[in-house]
Design a protein around this ligand. Structure first.
Ligand code: ADE
Length: 235
């Protein structure tokens, strides 16, 4: 591990951060924007762990606080997601190659679907070395689990219909859908902070999602936490 690294770890829900928090040594806790930031050691790594709440606005606010208040050198977003890729089953892992806002639409002024005007990019690319390291760690830590490097699409919607899922695949070639990644990536892009998103699949983002999600979210979140803990030791 690089001694200069300070790693921000963001989960949207308590379930996604509780096991990491339980394993860390907390040195300092600060509350900002109604979010509790736990600063300390996770194994050998210097980390700040925070539950940002659900959705893109919460996630962006949280990421900016990590940048401003803690000067984090890396950001990891961990949690669960709905699968958009037939090869990704419940419990499998998706590591972000890149991320897109699927609910941004300014096509009327000539921007591609998903692109925020005047930003100059539609896709936010994850840090290549973090992606490679996350994939390697996944093979070591949860060898029975499949890990794919692919595209995350984010919006302020829980995807639970085949029709919407098919549109996300057709429009964005997404591999998984969730509700925070793009705004975390967007904030990292503006602040020039390397990031990666690591999501475990909790449902298939179709008509079965509503049933599957509560059943599998715990198992999926556990996979993510195991992977994230080992991953940060290597950054
Ligand atoms: N997080 C987990 N499953 C999801 C889904 N189907 N849509 C959006 N976010 C999710």
């Amino acid at each position: 591990m690089n001694t200069m690294s300070k790693i921000g770890i963001i989960g949207a829900m308590e379930l996604e951060v509780e096991s990491l928090k339980a394993q860390m040594t907390v040195e300092n806790t600060t509350t900002r924007a109604n979010m509790d930031f736990f600063e300390g050691k996770l194994g050998e790594a210097d980390v700040v762990i925070v539950r940002c709440g659900i959705g893109k606005v919460n996630a962006a606010i949280c990421t900016q606080i990590l940048a401003d208040l803690y000067g984090v050198t890396h950001v990891i977003n961990t949690g669960v997601a709905g699968s958009l890729n037939a090869k990704l089953d419940i419990g499998d892992i998706l590591i972000s190659k890149d991320v897109i806002h699927h609910d941004v639409d300014v096509r009327v002024f000539g921007y591609p679907l998903g692109e925020v005007p005047q930003l100059g990019t539609r896709e936010f690319t994850a840090d290549e070395s973090m992606v490679t390291l996350a994939k390697e760690t996944c093979t070591e830590v949860i060898p029975d689990c499949q890990a794919i490097v692919g595209r995350v699409v984010s919006g302020d919607q829980f995807i639970s219909s085949k029709e919407v899922k098919d549109a996300l695949i057709a429009n964005f070639q997404g591999d998984c859908a969730e509700m925070e990644g793009a705004s975390i990536a967007h904030t990292c892009y503006l602040n020039k902070i390397p990031f990666v998103i690591i999501r475990a699949i909790s449902d298939k983002a179709d008509d079965s999602a509503e049933m599957d999600y509560p059943t599998f979210e715990r198992e999926a979140a556990k996979h993510c936490a195991m992977l994230t803990k080992e991953f940060v030791q290597k950054l």
